[in-house]
Ligand binder design. Structure first.
Ligand code: NAD
Length: 420
């Protein structure tokens, strides 16, 4: 998919979105605008890992802090062959806007290692994670920068990061990461939070457009944490999931796919392809299928000016970060597609990560019911605030979300002032 569409880099996209939002904010202080346009600090690390066969392999990783004015930085760690400083920078900036929009007391960060984790044994993955965690520990702490899972990482990887940091300190520091297993201080509800949040906002958007969720048709690109969870919750609401995909390709059944059954199949076979009762579709064909809700939940740069005019969805719920380019946004706006922008749509993850951090700091744990109720409240409030701003200022939801988020960071910058 990524190769079929020559695309602007993720950072170019993030900057184009930022510049467009700033152009809509005549009262924004230009000094604040210049400060927010760049990342505060960027770390590149090259580090050796001893592989199972005794060879030494040198890996490259990154950690970027975009902004620290609203609090410590927060953002996931990605293990993927396409990770780059440019991509990490874009993802860190998007995290600043997401945390600000949701009014969480954080700035944005992101990290990653250039690696295909599926190629490593568990021992190699653990060693690589521990060494990467050590390399970025100059930037990471429960008070300063709190990582979380992203593409290619999971609760186990977070457990190793937490353990590595704790070994250096000499005592357990559960608040240094979120998305860790519940048994070692993780939060109930965190694993499902992003996908559940995507469903909640798809539900709000459907309500807004007067379309019943029961019977709505849904297409999901990516069947990992976000995609599979969103698909399962939409399925649970009575929607018909007609197609899903992963990195190996997609499956399609116009009558609807049994998602819990597909999850069992993926646990056994490692991919969605060849799931009984479905036809194959490519990742690019899948995006163009007719549906009520399209949920991109894989990587950025999937919906571009090259395929935007062939998108046949009524709503795009951006589970992934940065799946739609600014040029595609324009085409989709003209077609009347309702886009729930990434910084709002997938914010359930960082919202429950915030709850997890608070629980870890206090060693006082909430029930799953409390977590889900608080998350739903913040997500629905966020949706209402963005919709209200979009209607008030006649903006597309993405620009409404951006201007709200940027204004809040600018306000914090002005209150704190420039040091020294
Ligand atoms: P994951 O690693 O759990 O799953 C990624 C899925 O995408 C896998 O099914 C993989 O096979 C598929 N995929 C990878 N490359 C692909 C390609 N080129 N074409 C099609 N499918 C491909 O990752 P995740 O945590 O579910 O993250 C997915 C997206 O959601 C990312 O954009 C991430 O930044 C974003 N996100 C994640 C969280 C979270 O809490 N995990 C929160 C907010 C946003």
């Amino acid at each position: 998919m990524m190769d079929e569409h020559p695309r602007r880099s993720a950072h170019d996209v993030a900057l184009a979105q930022y510049d467009e939002a700033v152009s809509l904010m005549p009262d924004l202080n230009p000094n604040a605008a210049a400060i927010m346009r760049v990342a505060k600090r960027e770390l590149t690390v090259n580090f050796p890992v001893e592989m199972d066969d005794g060879r030494i392999e040198v890996f490259t990783g990154f950690r970027v802090h975009h902004s620290t004015v609203r609090g410590p930085t927060k953002g996931g760690i990605r293990y993927h062959p396409d990770v780059s400083l440019d991509e990490t920078r874009a993802l860190a900036m998007w995290m600043t806007w997401k945390c600000s929009l949701m009014n969480l007391p954080y700035g944005g960060a992101k990290g990653g290692v250039i690696v295909d984790p599926k190629r490593l044994s568990q021992v190699e993955l653990r060693k690589m994670t521990r060494r990467y965690a050590t390399e970025i520990s100059v930037l990471m702490s429960p008070e300063g920068d709190i990582p979380a899972p992203d593409v290619g990482t999971n609760p186990q990887v977070m457990a190793w990061i937490m353990d590595t940091f704790s070994m250096h300190r000499g005592y357990s520091v559960p608040a240094v990461v979120t998305g860790k297993p519940v048994q070692i201080g993780g939060s109930e509800g965190r694993y499902d939070a992003t996908g559940m949040g995507v469903m909640l906002l798809a539900r709000e958007a459907l309500k807004h457009l007067d379309i019943p969720i029961d019977g709505a048709t849904v297409v999901v690109q990516g069947f990992g944490n976000v995609g599979a969870t969103a698909a399962r919750y939409m399925h649970g609401q009575g929607s018909k999931i007609v197609a899903v995909s992963d990195v190996y390709g997609g499956v399609f059944n116009p009558k609807g796919i049994d998602i819990p059954e597909l999850q069992r199949y993926v646990a056994q076979h490692g991919a969605v392809t060849d799931f009984p009762g479905t036809e194959r579709v490519s990742n690019s064909e899948l995006l163009e299928l007719e549906c009520t809700v399209l949920i991109p939940a894989a990587l950025e740069g999937q919906i571009t000016k090259d395929n935007a005019d062939r998108i046949r969805a009524r709503i795009i719920a951006e589970g992934a970060n940065g799946p739609t380019t600014p040029n595609a946004d324009k085409v989709l706006a003209d077609k009347g597609v309702f886009i729930i922008p990434d910084i709002l749509c997938n914010a359930g993850g960082v919202t429950v990560s915030y709850f997890e951090w608070v629980q870890s700091l206090q060693s006082f744990f909430w029930s799953e019911e409390d977590v889900n109720r608080q998350m739903e409240r913040l997500m629905v409030n966020g949706f209402d605030a963005v919709l209200h701003e979009a209607e008030r200022k006649k903006l597309v939801p993405r620009m409404a979300a951006y201007t709200l988020a940027i204004a809040r960071v600018a306000e914090a910058l002005e209150l704190r002032g420039v040091y020294p």
